[in-house]
Design a protein around this ligand. Structure first.
Ligand SMILES: [Zn+2]
Length: 205
């Protein structure tokens, strides 16, 4: 792609670093910004920069938050004894939308994937296991994707905590979970949380 302006080229190159944004789309977006009032671009740049610099991760559940302890963890009406284990914030958002879950979450930050070089220690697993060891957790609900990586991660965590007094369950299989959790319809997802099955039973199937 030949550019008449180095400034334009730089903006397009930066924009095209984003996933799913090729050079053509990047150019379209940048030209769109050029047609908008300057304040629009300033607001966009400022929002992105502030988000990147100031965003925090909840010290308890690792969810993205503006404060040290996220709104869910600090809500006295949530049952902190029931923890739903998810991959990332999109899963939290999807499950919250169902209004079917009144426990808290634990965001792993991904799943174990040797192919991608992601091991257990790259994820927020230790803090989860520690919560169980402290004895304040009654139930862990695995809500990871039904992929080999999701299963591996569930099983790894299960092995760490199976000797402790905690119930493990998994949300019903057959629905879209994990990467697709955010797209599963709310009724199906909500139902699968309510009708969760013991994790041990899912191992035998
Ligand atoms: Zn939290």
């Amino acid at each position: 792609m030949e550019f008449s302006s180095k400034l334009l080229e730089r903006a397009v190159n930066e924009m095209s670093q984003l996933p799913g944004i090729g050079k053509r789309t990047a150019l379209r977006l940048v030209l769109h910004l050029l047609r908008q009032p300057k304040e629009q671009t300033t607001a966009l740049a400022e929002a992105l920069q502030t988000m990147r610099l100031d965003v925090k991760f909840c010290k308890s559940c690792h969810n993205i938050s503006d404060v040290e302890l996220c709104e869910i963890c600090s809500n006295p009406n949530r049952n902190a004894e029931v923890i739903c284990v998810v991959e990332d914030i999109r899963d939290v958002m999807a499950i919250e939308n169902t209004s079917s879950f009144k426990g808290v979450y634990h965001v792993l930050g991904g799943k174990i994937s040797p192919m991608d070089g992601i091991g257990p220690h790259d994820l927020n697993i230790e803090t989860l296991v520690n919560k169980v060891k402290q004895g304040t957790t009654k139930e862990l609900i695995f809500a990871l994707s039904s992929t080999m990586e999701g299963d591996t991660t569930n099983f790894y965590i299960y092995k760490q905590i199976q000797d402790y007094d905690v119930v493990t369950s998994t949300i019903a299989r057959g629905i879209s979970v994990g990467d697709e959790l955010e797209y599963a319809d709310e009724i199906t997802l909500g139902r699968s949380i309510v009708n969760r099955v013991p994790f041990e039973a899912s191992l035998k199937s």
